[in-house]
Design a protein around this ligand. Structure first.
Ligand code: GDP
Ligand code: MG
Length: 444
């Protein structure tokens, strides 16, 4: 799936890769192509616009890691942003509620509701050892209730006995009663669909919701229907309130657009993928995998990740040398802060150094975030060269000047100087260890 988009992006980035350096206009050009590719993949225009703007913000001015090309860097930025837009991590069903937990499946006719209901029931029953009851509320189509009963027998999950002539809300209430009295863990409600969204359908689903209070309300949407699926998702979310999305027919040559757009229009996670007609053709939704498939550039992404790890290592070694010589100053501290900022957190460089846990803990207690790193950078940049080399010069008057110059408080300046002091102390210990030969053993 997603082939059109990935081929297209593949071409774009192949061209970029051959260039030595990427200027601002190259970034714009690349993103123009990304824009066309996303539109071709059926992503709604406002979503595409947002995506392009935020990627541009990140790409322009972003440092390119040594040993990879600027084009590869853009791939990584586009990829990371796609992952984020798709929800970041796997979202599972949230069934933590008093039993019987109700899961209501909604969506248009033919979207795959009944099939997905049985697939999910099978998974919860086989894998999670839950006792499941399924009930079809589809009285619009003659054989719909029987269809669910057949699937139920196939996957060895109980279905509510069919009582002809009962309206959907009554069936739902009866199902809930049976589930309660017979000790079921989960009740899955397969609601009726229509060919298009209409008011009667919405009113029916609302009434079922109010009678059963579902823990999960899952919209089942066909990935092949593109833009229509997005409109459906938006309206169901507004009227009924969704907790997640099941995207079906992802095994066909569906385009990535539906997943991207549905997530960003409803803000609701895609929780599961339907990958075929068989009862075990159900998968968790992995945003990074989908992003990788959309871009078709998984190897470039891992290449960049490896390069990033290498450069951290190089910086760490440089720093280790400075420690051993005892020449670590505020300029080094500044480059370390920048490194941290680039890596987007505390994890990397500091974690690679021995004995640094204390500083690391302090910094995380001080809630180091991007804003904080930026402020610290500004503080050091407001110091003179001499002050950076010799922090002992930093008397009260100078600290006030630096706070003013960096748009921070004296307290911020004090905190930074204290941190640096702690770090220097630690460096001295490391240095002593270096002399005694212990350090060499500890450094990676
Ligand atoms: P409903 O009207 O929403 O209940 O849709 P159904 O569950 O009856 O599904 C309609 C058709 O789509 C059936 O033939 C299913 O086998 C098929 N179907 C459902 N999910 C998938 C899927 O993920 N992949 C494929 N290839 N077919 C699916
Ligand atoms: Mg059905």
């Amino acid at each position: 799936m997603f082939e059109g988009l990935s081929n297209r992006l593949g071409e774009v980035f192949d061209r970029l890769k051959k260039r030595g350096a990427l200027s601002e206009s190259d970034v714009s050009e690349a993103l123009r192509e990304v824009r066309i590719a996303l539109l071709e993949a059926d992503v709604a225009l406002p979503v595409v616009k947002d995506f392009i703007n935020s990627v541009k913000e990140r790409a322009v001015g972003a440092e390119v890691i040594k040993s990879i090309t600027p084009g590869q860097m853009v791939v990584k930025i586009v990829h990371d942003h796609l992952v984020e837009l798709l929800g970041g991590t796997v979202q599972t069903l949230d069934l933590v509620a008093a039993a019987p937990v109700v899961v209501m499946m909604v969506g248009l006719q033919g979207s795959g509701k009944t099939t997905s209901t049985a697939k999910i029931a099978k998974r919860l029953s086989d894998r999670d050892r839950k006792k499941i009851l399924m009930a079809s509320l589809d009285v619009a189509r003659p054989a719909a209730q029987e269809q669910l009963a057949v699937l139920g027998r196939q996957v060895s999950v109980a279905t509510l006995p069919i009582v002809p002539g009962q309206p959907p809300v009554e069936i739902a209430k009866r199902a809930l009663m049976v589930a309660k009295t017979e000790g079921y863990d989960v009740l899955m409600l397969d609601t009726a669909g229509r060919l298009a969204i209409d008011d009667a359908l919405m009113a029916e689903v609302e009434a079922v919701r109010d009678a059963t209070h579902p823990a999960e309300t899952l919209l089942v949407a066909d990935a092949m229907t593109g833009q229509d699926a997005v409109n459906t998702a938006r309206i169901f979310n507004e009227r009924v309130g969704l907790t997640g999305i099941v995207l079906t027919r992802i095994d066909g040559d569906a385009r990535g657009g539906a997943a991207l757009a549905m997530r960003s229009i409803t803000g609701k996670p895609i929780k599961l993928l339907g990958t075929g007609e068989k009862m075990d053709a159900l998968e968790d939704f992995h945003p990074d995998r989908i992003a990788g498939r959309i871009l078709g550039m998984g190897d470039v992404v891992s290449l960049v990740e490896k390069a990033a790890a290498t450069i951290d290592q190089a910086e760490a070694e440089k720093l280790a040398a400075k420690m051993q010589k005892g020449t670590f100053d505020l300029d080094d501290f500044l480059s370390q802060l920048r490194q941290l900022k680039k890596m987007g957190g505390m994890g990397g460089l500091m974690g690679m150094l021995p004995g640094i846990a204390k500083v690391k803990k302090q910094m995380s207690e001080a809630k180091i975030d991007d804003g904080m790193l930026k402020r610290q950078e500004a503080i050091i940049l407001s110091m003179t060269k001499a002050e950076r080399r010799d922090p002992k010069l930093l008397n009260a008057k100078r600290r006030v000047r630096i706070a003013k110059g960096s748009g921070t408080d004296v307290a911020d300046v004090n905190r930074l100087i204290k941190q640096f002091g702690d770090m220097q102390k630690m460096m001295k210990q490391v240095q002593a260890m270096g002399k005694s030969g212990k350090l060499a053993k500890m450094m990676p």
